[in-house]
Design a binder for this molecule. Structure first.
Ligand SMILES: Cc1cc2nc3c(=O)[nH]c(=O)nc-3n(C[C@H](O)[C@H](O)[C@H](O)COP(=O)(O)OP(=O)(O)OC[C@H]3O[C@@H](n4cnc5c(N)ncnc54)[C@H](O)[C@@H]3O)c2cc1C
Length: 391
C-alpha cells in the first residue's frame, strides 16, 4: 500500500540542505514552510568553497553519495535550474612530498574502483598541462567530471524555483511530541508555534541542541581567502588544485602526520570571475566571526609554494564558516529516532554543497515511501542515542 503523502511540511534551516528539501517537497505539491533563524545561507552554506567533488571523498558510502551528488548538479544545470551556477571542471590533486604521493596513489585506485575517471600525471606531464604550477609539484591525479557552485546562489535558485516562503529571523526552540512520544505535534519558535504533517530538521549546527546531540554533532571552523581578478593566471589553470595534504587534513586517508586541532588542506579554485578562492582550515574551535593571521599566512604560504604567480595578487577578502561534523564522519540523514513524522538531514561537514541537493532529494523520496537515489541506511540517525531533548 502506498503511504499517504503529507500535505504540509515544516523545514527548519535554509542552508543548502533545507532549501533542497523544500524544493523537492514543493515539486510534489506539498505546502512547505521554511523556518530560518537568520536568513537563507546565513551559516556554512554562505561561507563554503563550493567544490562539487568526488575527488576529496573518503572511499565508501560518502564517495558513492558524492557521485550521485555531482550527477544531480549536472542534471539540474542541464534542465536550467542551475544553469550558469554550476561550473564543470576537473580537480587536480597535487602531491608535493613522498607522503602525499603515496596517499594519492591509494586514493586514485579508490576513485577508479568507484567508477570515477582519473588520470595520473607525472611531474613533467603535469607542468606541461598546468604551467602555473611550481616545480615542487611531483605528480598529480586529474579527477574528471567535477564542478563548482556557490552555495548561496544555489539556495537562491532553489527557493525561487520552488516559490517557498521563508520565515526569516525565526528561531526554532523545541520540537514538541504527543503523549505517546511518537509524533511531532508542533514546533515552538521565537515567533509562536507552527504545525505541519511532517517536520524536517536541516539546521546545521543548530540541530545539535534541538536533538540533544551536542556530543555527536561538532562545529568545525574553516577559513577561506579570495584574491583579486587575474584573468591570465586564471586561464592558465585547467581546473581546481587540491594539495595531497587536503586528503590528510580531511581524514579521507589516515596519516600519523595529520595535525590535531587545526588541519590545513590547500584548495585553489579558479573562479569564473577570474578571481581565486583559496582555502582552507579545519579547526575544532572558534566561530565564523574571525580570521586569524596565522591561518591566513599559512594558507597563503602554501598557495604560493604551489602556484608562485599568486604572490603578485592582492588578497581582497578573508572569511570563515563553521561546518557541522558528526563524530563518526558520516552525516545524519533519516527519520528522527522514535518519531513517525520527524526527519533530520545534517552533519555534512565539508561536503554539504556537493551532497545537499542529492540528500534533500533522497530524504523527500524516503518521506514519500519511494526508493532513494542515495542509500540512506548507513546515515540512519538511530545509530546514536538521542539524549531526550525532544519534549
Ligand atoms: C570554509 C568552508 C568550506 C567548505 N567547502 C565546501 C566545499 O568545497 N564543498 C562542499 O561540498 N561543502 C563545503 N563546505 C561544507 C558546506 O558548506 C556545508 O556542509 C553545508 O553548507 C551544510 O549545509 P546545511 O544546510 O546543512 O547547514 P547550514 O548552511 O549551516 O544551514 C543551517 C541553517 O539553519 C539555520 N538554523 C540553525 N539553527 C536554527 C534554529 N534553531 N531555527 C531555525 N533555523 C536554524 C541557520 O541559520 C542556517 O541558515 C564548506 C564549509 C565551510 C565552512
Amino acid at each position: 500500500m502506498q503511504p499517504r503523502l503529507p500535505s504540509t511540511a515544516i523545514v527548519i534551516g535554509s542552508g543548502i540542505v533545507g532549501a533542497s528539501v523544500a524544493y523537492f517537497l514543493a515539486r510534489r505539491g506539498i505546502a512547505v514552510r521554511l523556518i530560518e533563524a537568520v536568513s537563507p545561507a546565513a551559516e556554512a552554506t554562505g561561507a563554503a568553497d563550493g567544490a562539487v567533488s568526488v575527488a576529496s571523498k573518503k572511499p565508501g558510502p560518502m564517495m558513492q553519495a558524492a557521485l550521485k551528488g555531482v550527477a544531480l548538479f549536472g542534471e539540474l544545470a542541464d534542465e536550467g535550474l542551475l544553469a550558469g551556477a554550476f561550473k564543470r571542471r576537473s580537480t587536480f590533486i597535487v602531491a608535493a612530498s613522498e607522503d602525499e604521493c603515496a596517499v594519492l596513489e591509494a586514493h586514485a585506485s579508490a576513485l577508479a574502483g568507484a567508477g570515477v575517471r582519473v588520470d595520473t600525471l607525472d611531474g613533467k606531464t603535469l607542468r606541461a598541462r598546468f604551467c602555473a604550477l611550481s616545480p615542487g609539484a611531483r605528480m598529480a591525479i586529474e579527477v574528471h567530471g567535477e564542478g563548482h557552485a556557490i552555495g548561496y546562489q544555489v539556495v537562491h535558485r532553489l527557493l525561487t524555483a520552488a516559490n517557498v516562503k521563508v520565515s526569516r529571523n525565526t528561531s526554532v526552540q523545541e520540537l514538541m511530541l504527543d503523549t505517546n512520544g511518537q509524533r511531532i505535534t508542533k514546533v515552538t519558535t521565537s515567533r509562536g508555534d507552527a504545525r505541519a504533517d511532517i517536520v524536517v530538521l536541516a539546521a546545521g549546527n543548530g540541530s545539535a541542541g534541538l536533538l540533544g546531540l551536542r556530543d555527536i554533532l561538532r562545529p568545525r571552523k574553516g577559513q577561506l581567502l579570495i584574491t583579486e581578478r587575474a584573468p591570465a593566471l586564471n586561464a592558465a589553470m585547467p581546473g581546481a588544485i587540491m594539495s595531497g595534504r587536503y586528503l590528510l587534513s580531511k581524514g579521507s586517508q589516515t596519516s600519523a602526520k595529520a595535525a590535531p586541532g587545526r588541519g590545513l588542506g590547500l584548495v585553489i579554485d579558479p573562479l569564473v570571475t577570474g578571481q581565486f578562492l583559496i582555502g582552507g582550515t579545519r579547526e575544532d574551535f572558534g566561530d565564523r566571526s574571525t580570521n586569524d593571521i596565522d591561518a591566513v599566512s599559512q594558507i597563503l604560504r602554501d598557495a604560493v609554494a604551489l602556484v608562485p604567480g599568486l604572490a603578485s595578487l592582492r588578497l581582497l577578502r578573508s572569511f570563515a564558516g563553521v561546518r557541522t561534523a558528526v563524530v563518526d564522519g558520516l552525516p545524519l540523514v533519516g527519520r528522527i529516532p522514535g518519531t513517525e513524522n520527524g526527519f533530520v538531514a545534517t552533519g555534512f561537514e565539508g561536503d554539504g554543497i556537493c551532497l545537499g541537493p542529492v540528500m534533500g532529494k533522497s530524504i523527500v523520496q524516503m518521506i514519500c515511501g519511494e526508493p532513494t537515489d542515495v542509500d540512506l541506511s548507513v546515515f540512519d540517525p538511530s545509530r546514536f542515542v538521542l539524549s531526550g531533548a525532544l519534549q
